[in-house]
Design a protein around this ligand. Structure first.
Ligand SMILES: [Zn+2]
Length: 246
């Protein structure tokens, strides 16, 4: 009888060890993003952006884990993009410098939102999230909701919207063909989500009364549905301690 008990206990221990080994193998590093050191030294101002990205990534890694972490590389003179083949977010700094020039003080908000936008693309690929609309709209929506809900930083979205509004109006055929929405459309998309979140009353100063009359209710009703949908879609990547977030 005692031998049977011992066998059962040993069996439990072996099963536990095996599942732990499997978990460790599956999540060799319990993180979602790995910041890669720049191949060539960055300029002083770009290095400041690199230093700013590091704590953002540390925070995201404390919330999320992916089976294979996504690499993040900072590059000067490039636009931000996610490359699904190499599973790399290339965090191009061009728009960040644009923000620094056009709306000084907004550059860190723009940097953060654009990083979250590329993370949105990465999560759509890594978690096979169904695309119910243009992926660029999905990534924009994710970035905005992530900043408001997870980072609890609606001001970041507000400053990003102000930056979009400062961008030169571009109605060229290339801009109309692009999979991205026009900057002014992205501006109103960000405002709609921020307004709907009811976290930043100052957003109301950015839009005329007619806009509020025509869109306010829709934005307020849609916002919680969008938040729930996104967090449901990424729940598999959220660490257990934040499973119920937001
Ligand atoms: Zn994109």
């Amino acid at each position: 009888m005692r031998r049977i008990q011992r066998s059962i206990i040993i069996g439990f221990i072996i099963t536990g060890l095996l599942s732990y080994c499997q978990f460790s193998k599956k999540y060799a590093e319990p993180i979602a993003l790995r910041l890669v050191s720049p191949e060539t030294p960055l300029s002083k101002s770009s290095d400041q952006f690199y230093r700013k990205i590091r704590p953002l990534i540390d925070t995201m890694n404390s919330w999320m884990v992916l089976e294979r972490p996504i690499r993040v590389i900072i590059k000067e003179n490039e636009e931000p993009i996610y490359d699904p083949q190499s599973r790399t977010i290339i965090m191009g700094l061009d728009p960040i410098y644009e923000a620094k020039e056009m709306l000084p003080g907004s550059e860190y908000s723009v940097l953060s939102i654009l990083l979250f936008h590329e993370l949105g693309h990465a999560l759509i690929h890594e978690l096979n999230i169904m695309e119910l609309t243009n992926q660029e709209i999905m990534a924009d929506t994710f970035a905005t909701v992530f900043a408001i809900e997870s980072f609890d930083n609606p001001k970041m979205v507000y400053e990003y919207a102000l930056f979009l509004d400062k961008m030169p109006r571009d109605l060229s055929i290339e801009a109309l063909w692009s999979e991205h929405r026009l900057d002014q459309q992205r501006y109103f998309d960000a405002i709609c989500l921020l307004y709907g979140s009811e976290t930043f009353p100052k957003v109301q100063t950015l839009v005329p009364n007619e806009w509020m009359r025509d869109n306010g209710q829709r934005c307020t009703e849609d916002y919680p549905i969008i938040v729930d949908s996104w967090y449901e879609a990424i729940s598999v990547a959220l660490k257990s301690s934040v499973k119920t977030y937001p």
